[in-house]
Design a protein around this ligand. Sequence first.
Ligand SMILES: Nc1ncnc2c1ncn2[C@@H]1O[C@H](COP(=O)(O)OP(=O)(O)O)[C@@H](O)[C@H]1O
Ligand code: SF4
Ligand SMILES: [Mg+2]
Length: 384
Amino acid sequence: MPSIAELKDLKVYFYDQRDKRFIRAVENAGFEVEEGSVLGVVGESGCGKTVTALSMMGLLESEPGIIGGEFFFKPHDEDVPELEQALLKRFRHKGEYRKGDLLNLFYGLGKYVRFEQKPYTIIKDTEKWLRRNDRIMEHVRGKSISMVFQSPRMSLNPFIQVGTQLKNTIRRFNRGLSSHEVNERAEELLLSVRLLQPEIFMNMYPPSLSIGMAQRVVLAIALSSNPMLLIADEPTTGLDTINIHRIIELLEILKVEMNLTLVLISHNIKIVSAIASDIAVMYAGIIVERGSKKDVIKTKKNPKHPYTEVLVSSVPSDSDIKRGKKLSVIYGSVPNNKLAVTACPFLKRCPYAEGKLRKKCESACPELTEVKHGHFLRCYLYQK
Ligand SMILES: Nc1ncnc2c1ncn2[C@@H]1O[C@H](COP(=O)(O)OP(=O)(O)O)[C@@H](O)[C@H]1O
Ligand code: SF4
Ligand SMILES: [Mg+2]
């Protein structure tokens, strides 16, 4: 299947005013998302998953934010002319903007960012970049690309009825619909996320919804624009096991029913692997492994990043729980991402970094290398 989205070399930094230092949130992250597939993005808390998603949505506001990368995306056909206009209006850069199927939504970024080495300085006109990026993203955000955020209740206004919030979004993206049609569409969307008896939910206020119900309402709102790509950031946070399964199952059904492509973000590799076709594993802002689910999850025969290995073995399976099996623990903590990447980021926690190999691991961060068609690893164990 062709790609619907290609993120390349995304680099996101923030500035810590108190310490007067940059915080490295994401370093050269990239992946491809095939049309109709589910890409799972996994990694411990703080590894850059949300920042990556917000970057793709053009929703990062802290400075300097995105300082490098390209984000090629295939929008709805009807949005292409406006997007091409927005992209080309003020910029005449060659090579950053790919005409055709995929458009670089970060087009022109290079014009606003400059690096200086000694002392290391990032100079970015964030205000102008955000204004410019917004001009592109207004044709994409919440339309061709939708996102559900980590806390569903926080995404809803507690003082406005569910139906009103849903209908307002439907009106925004489907101009020209009559009130009756908007109402019908709202009920249809609530039914599609399996909130039966939609007329009851329409009149409810968000605080009276359970987290599972709120998540479904947020999903209905996100789907109201008929997106092509849906980014779900930790959609199972706060849910019990049964509801986790239900939400994941629902995402899988919606993918088929609505012809969606999904980016599913979670700290739990087991949740992701339930429906993902491909998986990207992040550690300390860096993608350390990516490939098909089969390549990434099957630990026995395949080459495997040491971090993925512990990630997989630290999640209990249902039979592990029944048998009371002891699980692997990931000792140590994620490194301080204020430091520059001068070694493998997993070095301090890696059980394989010994002897000669350790010297290599200490010398520089390994490149992401294709060890087998479509399977990429960032580890000296698999580099010649
Ligand atoms: N607005 C911000 N300002 C400063 N640092 C931030 C900001 N947002 C995120 N970070 C930092 O960026 C890193 C990645 O965060 P995040 O993407 O939220 O992680 P994850 O979603 O994987 O838990 C973390 O170290 C986090 O503290
Ligand atoms: S490069 Fe070295 S430290 Fe990093 S994961 Fe591989 S073996 Fe471990
Ligand atoms: Mg997050």
